[in-house]
Design a protein around this ligand. Structure first.
Ligand code: RP5
Length: 166
């Protein structure tokens, strides 16, 4: 993780359980790549509801500009965080064992009108894209992150062969 100055804009990455880390490490990996400052925590909507409340209420004072919340199954974390703060929240549906992440996806995406959660794809792609999306938002006010995001995209484009290797 980057060394962080005080008052630096950052991303808050949270997950409902230690078991979500395998997926959410994809978010952290891409944030590192794009030089985006972040902090990462476990916050469970069901097992640690007071921690959830305190996290949402203290996020602004910690200069968190975007929150990425990964959760699986009943997956109430992103929606509950979004209900407690005006900071934009992205939800990452974890690929659950029982229902292959469909439970997580539907739970996160079906927010009532008035409390949005930007919902990403199930699993690793969603976790990675949530990080890129957050970087793109911070890039609006940060030239260094903007440069990193542009380079990331350029490198990705260059890496795609015109023809398949047969
Ligand atoms: C959710 O329940 C978590 O986000 C996790 O995806 C799921 C299972 O949690 P564990 O029982 O593995 O801790 O709250």
């Amino acid at each position: 993780m980057l060394k962080q100055k005080k008052n630096t804009d950052k991303v808050g990455v949270i997950m409902g359980s230690q078991s979500d880390w395998d997926t959410m490490k994809m978010t952290v990996k891409v944030l590192d790549k794009l030089s985006v400052p972040y902090e990462v925590n476990i916050v469970s909507a069901h097992r640690t509801p007071e921690r959830l409340y305190n996290y949402a209420k203290s996020a602004k004072n910690k200069n968190i500009k975007v929150i990425i919340a990964g959760a699986g199954g009943a997956a109430h974390l992103p929606g509950m965080i979004a209900s407690l703060t005006h900071i934009p929240v992205f939800g990452v549906p974890i690929l659950s064992k029982a229902l292959s992440g469909m439970d997580s996806l539907l739970s996160i995406v079906q927010m009532p009108s008035g409390i949005p959660v930007g919902t990403l794809a199930i699993g690793d792609s969603g976790a990675c894209n949530a990080g890129i999306m957050a970087a793109q938002i911070l890039a609006l006010n940060n030239k260094n992150i903007e440069r990193k995001v542009k380079n990331y995209r350029l490198k990705q484009t260059k890496s795609v062969n015109e023809e398949p290797e047969i």
